[in-house]
Design a protein around this ligand. Structure first.
Ligand SMILES: [Zn+2]
Ligand SMILES: [Zn+2]
Length: 779
């Protein structure tokens, strides 16, 4: 069976590869140049990017200097930001004027490669001296473009102060120097506060005031300078970013030192306008439009010249609008001959309409999926589901090895794109149909008991056909878990009432989804400064219950003492010493020692995993761990074998959402990856983030396998089958909706969420198989 799981995993990778292709490069040789001889309005420019700056963060109360000054000599623009609202793709949009691919999120975690063209390249080509301080992503995107620079790492989210102090220290030196033309600053502190405490924290106000003061200081020390203050993306109401809610996708753009008007436009329009303002060439990558609100100080002939230049540049990328551009050029020439303003305005309108049309078209068609890969991957996952079902129903498979080899070959060949899509699609269809024909539904129906939870699990992925159900998936799990428990109330009211109350309580801890995520929840209440005592109490209660449950599971006094010690240190770590790095490392060491001890004694992973979960979970979520253990105890007492397996499967999924996750990237808590670390080490941060994300599903699986009567391999097959089935439906749904308006904001993140569920389950299954093999080898 393991080979089939591997095939399913390969198929998931193939789908990702086909859905998020790596974009082709665009030619970088400029065909048109900015030929204007006129001097730009501003000699110098200061561009300040405040990471995760929300629209409502700029106001008279929060940033008094900025708010007052733009009203006198500048303007305020609401920038529309594309998803994914993650730093790297947004920096690319701000500098290249193009929408980067969704794949950039993955690249964001790895290291970014340098860009081919951007406003920075254009400034550099015109011999402008650029200085840069802030997020070191810039240094990787633009190596050797800066005269002076210093980068700070953006991945250590618990640092609110030093990242910004490093930037400000350099700014103080630069103010006194006169040899730079463009200064770019990228401040990270605000984003970090958002990740850890959310946008309502009092620390946000302090940080905004700090930013406001710095900008005031630079402003007072520079003359004839264009100031641009903006955010790369916003911040969702619950903190973090990556999704598509309004506060994430709308950021302010404050311009100082230029007569301009308030407006609303897209983030990708920034580089083209900036190029015109600074007298630079527009980057060839740009698909943005020029905005009259920013260029109102130009004379009509200068404005027309700039419009013509940008429109011709856009026209290079598509064949739209040919006739109108010719007409516009004609009006433009007539205007230049007899200076009739009406003709000039007509030309400007035609240029603007054309560039709008082209820009919108380019934005829509920026991604092209490989349909062959999507088809092959979906059908292969479908085959694996059928295979597992065949195994459950006891159907013997002939030539299994031959078929496995064929499946792997098709996947690899499709991945490398060696053959035409059509041939591989036909081969895949043959394999799939062969499995369908051999499938014996009657036999399967006769050999399996259909419990309520099984039926609901089969119906569950069908809800994804509606994008709202996708965003609010947790509602499905809560509702049917509640329904299941209420059926049980008829049999045994006393013991199940408590379970019912537990499910109700789970909903209050973290609000997730799209529509109600901002509604205050228990976690928000506990995180308020005035409620710190209650947070302490909740933490102590949860850790004590965890100690009890650990004792209940192992019944060993010496282990119990070690557990109490570790849990006490976890309390100190979270509540007393402010997540001290050394204590974090000590805790990991103790947990590792316990892991080795348990492995040698054959106690399995469960006792260690309990401690790992306690170490990684946020204090307000700790209560979920003993809840999970006690619920499992209850299931073991009260349920039959089939229901027992499904109940644990449901509990794992339910707790995943109860912990504060949903189908958006923004709900993944990156700050959980830094226990015992003081800087970004991908090899240590990524596993910690993953263990934190899947702590509770894994815990409920381990609690199930504790029962010796349960066939672990069969359960794992069942779990893999349900995951494969869900992901196959998600694949089909996203394929159907690939031109849908919500494809990048709702469906694409769901593919990522499901792929990572699947990937983590595969790791879990591999660990089980590995430990079984080792046991067989030694015993
Ligand atoms: Zn950012
Ligand atoms: Zn961030």
């Amino acid at each position: 069976m393991f080979l089939y799981y591997t095939i399913a995993t390969l198929s998931v990778l193939l789908y990702l590869h086909g859905f998020f292709p790596i974009p082709a490069r665009i030619a970088t040789k400029p065909k048109y140049n900015n030929t204007s001889e006129a001097k730009p309005h501003n000699q110098k420019a200061v561009i300040v990017i405040i990471d995760a700056l929300r629209l409502d963060f700029i106001s008279e109360e929060t940033t008094p200097f900025l708010a007052k000054t733009y009203k006198n000599t500048g303007c305020f623009t609401q920038l529309k930001v594309e998803t994914p609202t993650v730093t790297l793709p947004r920096i690319k949009a701000l500098t290249t004027g193009n929408v980067p691919q969704f794949i950039d999120i993955i690249v964001n975690l790895a290291s970014p490669t340098k860009l081919d063209d951007s406003i920075i390249h254009r400034a550099h080509a015109r011999k402008k001296n650029i200085v840069f301080y802030g997020d070191d992503i810039w240094l990787k995107l633009f190596p050797d473009h800066f005269k002076r620079s210093e980068g700070t790492s953006s991945f250590y989210v618990n640092d609110f102060k030093e990242v910004d102090d490093n930037v400000t220290r350099n700014v103080k030196h630069e103010i006194n120097r006169t040899d730079w033309d463009i200064m770019i600053l990228h401040y990270l502190g605000l984003d970090h506060i958002g990740h850890v405490f959310g946008p309502k924290s009092p620390l946000i106000l302090t940080k905004l005031k700090e930013m406001d003061d710095i900008i005031e200081e630079i402003y007072n020390n520079s003359k004839q300078t264009l100031f641009i203050v903006t955010g790369d993306h916003g911040m969702r109401d619950s903190g973090g970013h990556g999704g598509s809610t309004f506060p994430e996708t709308n950021v302010p753009l404050v311009v100082l030192g230029l007569p301009c008007k308030n407006d609303t436009f897209a983030q990708i329009d920034v580089p083209a306008n900036l190029a015109v303002l600074l007298g630079l060439d527009i980057p060839t990558t740009s698909i943005g439009q020029l905005r009259s609100s920013l260029l109102s100080h130009l004379s009509l002939s200068r404005y027309l010249e700039a419009l013509k230049y940008n429109t011709l540049l856009l026209r290079e990328k598509t064949d739209l609008c040919e006739e109108s551009i010719e007409t516009a050029k004609h009006f433009h020439e007539l205007y230049l001959m007899n200076k009739n303003e009406d003709l000039g305005n007509n030309a400007a309108k035609l240029y603007r309409d054309c560039s709008k049309k082209i820009s919108e078209r380019l934005l829509k068609s920026s991604v092209k999926q490989n349909v062959g890969s999507l088809f092959v991957a979906t059908a292969m996952v479908g085959c694996v589901v059928l295979k597992i079902l065949q195994k459950f129903s006891g159907v013997r498979t002939h030539h299994a090895h031959l078929e496995q080899v064929a499946m792997v070959t098709v996947l690899v060949v499709q991945f490398l794109e060696l053959f035409s899509n059509l041939i591989l699609m036909i081969v895949t269809s043959v394999i799939f149909l062969r499995n369908i024909v051999r499938f014996n539904l009657k036999h399967l129906a006769a050999t399996t008991d259909l419990s309520f939870l099984t039926i609901v699990s089969v119906l569950h992925p069908l809800s994804f056909l509606s994008s709202s159900f996708l965003e609010e998936e947790h509602q499905f799990w809560y509702f049917f878990a509640g329904t299941f428990v209420s059926f049980k109330l008829f049999d045994e009211p006393r013991s199940w009432v408590l379970m019912f109350a537990t499910i109700r309580f789970l909903r209050t801890i973290n609000q997730v989804g799209d529509k109600w995520a901002a509604v205050p929840d228990l976690a928000d209440w506990l995180l308020k400064r005035e409620n710190h005592l209650f947070l302490q109490l909740a933490c102590v209660l949860a850790l004590s219950l965890s100690a009890c449950s650990s004792f209940m599971l192992t019944k060993r006094k010496c282990m119990f003492i070690v557990d109490v010690l570790v849990l006490f240190l976890i309390y100190l770590y979270r509540m007393v010493v402010n997540e001290n790095v050394v204590l974090g490392q000590v805790l990991w060491m103790l947990i590792l020692l316990k892991f080795f001890y348990c492995s040698v004694r054959g106690h399995g992973l469960l006792p260690t995993w309990l401690l790992i979960a306690n170490l990684l979970l946020k204090p307000y979520n700790l209560i979920l761990i003993p809840m999970c253990v006690f619920a499992s105890q209850h299931f073991h007492r009260a349920l039959k074998a089939e229901d027992l397996v499904m109940a644990h499967w449901w509990m794992g999924n339910l707790l995943f959402f109860a912990q504060g996750h949903d189908n958006s990237l923004a709900s993944v808590d990156i700050s959980a990856g830094y226990v015992g670390l003081s800087n970004y080490e991908p090899a240590l941060v990524v596993p910690q983030v993953l263990c934190h994300t899947y702590a509770l599903p894994v815990l409920s699986h381990l609690l199930l396998f504790r029962n010796k009567q349960i066939d672990t391999n069969k359960c794992l097959s069942l779990f893999v089958m349900f995951r494969s089935y869900i992901i196959a439906v998600v694949f089909i749904v996203t394929f159907i909706h690939r031109h849908h308006l919500f494809i990048w904001s709702v469906f694409a993140p769901k593919i990522f969420a499901e792929a990572s569920h699947f990937g983590f389950l595969f790791v879990e299954v591999s660990c089980h198989y590995l430990s079984q093999t080792i046991n067989k080898f030694f015993i």
